[in-house]
Ligand binder design. Structure first.
Ligand code: PNS
Length: 163
């Protein structure tokens, strides 16, 4: 039977850290569903359609990997519908673990689905979608931290402020 995992997130926008985790998940599972879900604590800068396009463009053709959005759904229900046995998340450090652990335990409590944590690439330890947007908005250079398509989208959506 095919092993299926879900890589969930807001992906607003996708970063090189996300791409690293998705590619590594694809080496461990037969199928990977990159799932864009709603995080009630965050407001989106990019539309869900844009996020899907950016992830697909960043990944390129990657066998067994697809990108989908699941508006208004619980992650565990998405996993059940997809037949996914695991959720895969990257951990940049202890702060991520503290944030992720309650969600992993809640998800297991709800349906028994397990969460697999992959250690993040240290090269991207300081990279989050929120920081990328903030640094870019105030004129900082985030090239090398996000895929080239995301860099272009940031320039289109959030031009640097004029001095
Ligand atoms: O990239 P993020 O914002 O850290 O991802 C968090 C996300 C979207 C995976 C989380 O908020 C989520 O699972 N949202 C879907 C609704 C849900 O299942 N909430 C209960 C989580 S225990």
């Amino acid at each position: 039977m095919a092993t299926i995992c879900v890589c969930p997130g807001s992906y607003d926008p996708v970063t090189n850290g996300h791409v690293d985790v998705i590619v590594r998940a694809a080496a461990l599972f037969d199928e990977v569903v990159v799932a864009i879900l709603h995080n009630p604590a965050k407001s989106g800068a990019f539309s869900v359609g844009q996020r899907i396009e950016l992830i697909e463009a960043a990944l390129g053709p990657l066998p067994g990997v697809r990108v989908e959005a699941f508006a208004g759904r619980l992650l565990v229900d998405v996993c059940r519908d997809l037949g996914a046995g695991a959720i895969v998340k990257g951990l940049r450090g202890g702060t991520d673990f503290a944030y992720e652990l309650p969600m992993a335990l809640m998800n297991r409590h709800l349906t028994g689905v397990e969460t697999v944590f992959l250690p993040g690439n240290p090269a991207y330890e300081h990279v989050s979608s929120s920081l990328i947007k903030e640094v870019h908005t105030f004129g900082g250079d985030v090239s090398g931290l996000v895929p080239a398509v995301v860099l272009a989208a940031l320039h289109d959506a959030m031009p640097h402020p004029q001095p």
